[in-house]
Write a protein that binds this ligand. Structure first.
Ligand code: HEC
Length: 158
C-alpha cells in the first residue's frame, strides 16, 4: 500500500511538471523584477527632480542616486526572467506586463539592458559635477528605459 502511494505521488509530480506554466508559478520572479524596476524609478526620480530644479542640486545626493541606479542596472537579473513568465499566459496578465517577445526576440532585451548600463555608467560618472552635467546625462538614461519598455512592456491591465 505504501509503495502504491509512492508511485501515484511520483506520477502526479511528473504530470504537474509537464503542464505549461500557469498563473502563480512565477510570482517571486515577477515581484523581484518589478522591485528592480521600482529601484530604477526611485533613483531616476531623485535625479530628475534635481535636473528639473524641483529639488535643490546636492552633489552627494546626486552621486548616491546615480550610483544606486548604476548598481541596479548592472545587477545580474537573468533569474528574474524565466521563460513563460509573461502576460500572454492566462491569468498572469494581472501580475505582469512583460511581453512574450522578451524570449522570442532574445537577445534583443539583453542589448537593451546593456544600453541601460552604459547610460547609467555615464550618469554615475558626471552626477556629482553639478546640475548641468546631471541634466546632460538624463536624456540617455530616459531613452534607455523607454527603448526597452516600447518593445517589451505591455499596457497596464489593472
Ligand atoms: C531591459 C529592459 C528594461 C529596461 C532597460 C527598463 N525597464 Fe522598466 N520594465 C521592463 C519590463 C519588461 C517591465 C514589466 C515587468 C513586469 O511587469 O513583469 C518593466 C516595468 C517597469 C515598471 C513597473 C514596475 C512594477 O512595479 O510593476 C517601472 C516603474 C519601470 N519599469 C521603470 C523603469 C525605469 C525608470 C527604467 C530606466 C531607468 C527602466 N524601467 C528600464 C523592462 C525594462
Amino acid at each position: 500500500m505504501k509503495k502504491l502511494f509512492t508511485v501515484i505521488a511520483v506520477a502526479f509530480a511528473f504530470a504537474a511538471a509537464s503542464l505549461p506554466a500557469s498563473a502563480g508559478d512565477f510570482d517571486k520572479q515577477i515581484k523581484a523584477r518589478q522591485a528592480l524596476m521600482q529601484i530604477y524609478a526611485f533613483n531616476l526620480g531623485q535625479l530628475g527632480a534635481m535636473a528639473k530644479g524641483d529639488v535643490a542640486y546636492d552633489a552627494d545626493a546626486a552621486k548616491a542616486a546615480a550610483g544606486n541606479l548604476h548598481a541596479a542596472a548592472t545587477m545580474k537579473n537573468g533569474a528574474m526572467w524565466p521563460k513563460g513568465s509573461d502576460s500572454s499566459v492566462a491569468g498572469q496578465e494581472k501580475m505582469t506586463r512583460a511581453k512574450a517577445e522578451i524570449w522570442s526576440t532574445y537577445p534583443m532585451i539583453a542589448e537593451k539592458g546593456k544600453a541601460m548600463a552604459e547610460a547609467s555608467a555615464q550618469m554615475a560618472a558626471v552626477a556629482g559635477n553639478g546640475a548641468d552635467a546631471l541634466r546632460g546625462a538624463m536624456g540617455a538614461v530616459g531613452a534607455a528605459c523607454k527603448g526597452c519598455h516600447e518593445n517589451f512592456r505591455g499596457p497596464k491591465v489593472n
